[in-house]
Design a binder for this molecule. Structure first.
Ligand code: UT7
Length: 320
């Protein structure tokens, strides 16, 4: 007995930036971005704070699950960087909803929401919590290098949330890391205050070797799909819905072809949001849950990869 998904929510910045908008200040085009990635537009933070989005998506998920703040036994936020180093985004969410539950942020890059699901599973299956609120929230526009056309065009900002309740639903999971500190790198503030620290400060912006990530992603997604199905005694054909990390439509298509997965089972929304890192699969889940796509008993397979290099997959039966 572990968890089922009891509710979902999401919140996105108001500002929408199209590929043509980017082409006004970058040497790029709608044609290049769309054909290489499947992205048409993305949401970008202006004067909102990331916490505003995280709180809104959390409230929407709690409302959807009909769960009150005092029922929440743990708040987890998947993010690479909140508005402040401390308090964490998870604490800001706790304050806004009026919860005293333990709350902390978890950074596993784009796989963060899946790592949170496994932490939630550990808390629920050992009796430490009955209800867990998971929020993915990323301000990618504050992390990317806006002079690097090969990476900044890929990302978007947003937040998604899900409420997990004790019950049956989670069928299997795999979390993995292929340690690599160069392929995707986002430096933190380092060595700028202390007279004893002579480390030069790296440029505070994302560096990414897109081609290397591409190769890793196709292999990692394939391995995770195979392994998570094996652990659940299922074949990839027995999965009803695939919810892949929305990094690049071509990466998703390559994994789909490898396992001869029916195209209609693979959920996509990358064209509207770009890559929102840890938030991607949660916003995707919320969007299709609200459309009524999932029926009771459907098997959902989440799969993701990202900086670290992290990867993972989780299979959950839809028992809402
Ligand atoms: O969550 C994980 C985060 N990371 C990823 O998911 C990244 C995974 N990788 C990718 O999605 C792809 O590798 C990219 C979309 C980043 C790049 O696609 P690609 O087909 O591997 O293109 P490329 O890097 O081989 O570049 C082809 C050309 C280059 O020009 P030359 O050297 O052939 O003259 C690039 O300079 O495209 C150029 N280019 C661009 N042109 C117009 C790179 N970025 C752009 C751009 N607009 N935005």
């Amino acid at each position: 007995m572990s968890f089922y998904i009891a509710g979902t929510g999401s919140a996105l910045p108001e500002k929408v930036v199209s590929n043509d908008d980017l082409a006004q200040f970058l040497d790029t085009s709608d044609e290049w971005i769309y054909t290489r990635t499947g992205i048409k537009r993305r949401h970008v933070l202006t004067d909102e704070r990331l916490a505003d989005l995280a709180i809104l998506s959390a409230k929407r998920a709690l409302e959807d699950a009909q769960v009150s703040a005092d029922e929440v036994g743990l708040i987890l936020c998947a993010t690479m960087r909140g508005d402040t180093f401390t308090p964490s985004l998870a604490c800001a969410i706790g304050e806004a909803i009026g919860s005293h539950a333990p709350a902390f942020d978890l950074n596993a890059a784009c796989v963060g929401a899946l790592y949170c699901m496994e932490v939630a599973d550990a808390f629920i299956s050992t009796g430490r919590a009955d209800t867990v609120l998971i929020v993915g929230a990323e301000a990618m526009s504050k992390l990317v290098d806006w002079e690097d056309r090969a990476s900044c065009v890929l990302f978007g900002d947003g937040s998604g949330a899900m409420v997990l309740k004790k019950g049956t639903g989670r069928l299997s999971a795999i979390l993995s890391t292929d340690p690599d500190t160069h392929t995707i790198r986002m430096p933190n503030i380092e060595g700028i205050n202390s007279p004893y620290n002579k480390n030069p400060q790296e440029k505070l912006a994302m560096h990414m070797d897109g081609g290397e990530v591409y190769k890793f992603a196709v292999n990692a997604m394939g391995h995770c799909i195979e392994e998570v199905c094996r652990r659940a005694n299922l074949t990839p054909a027995e999965i009803d819905w695939y919810l892949p990390h929305q990094a690049n439509a071509r990466i998703i298509e390559a994994s789909r072809k490898k396992f001869k997965i029916d195209k209609s089972k693979v959920l996509l929304n990358i064209s509207e949001y770009g890559n929102m890192s840890a938030t991607s699969v949660v916003v995707l889940l919320d969007e299709y849950a609200r459309k009524g796509t999932f029926k009771k008993g459907d098997r959902l397979l989440f799969v993701a990869f990202g900086g670290g290099l992290t990867s993972g997959a989780v299979i959950v039966e839809w028992n809402k």
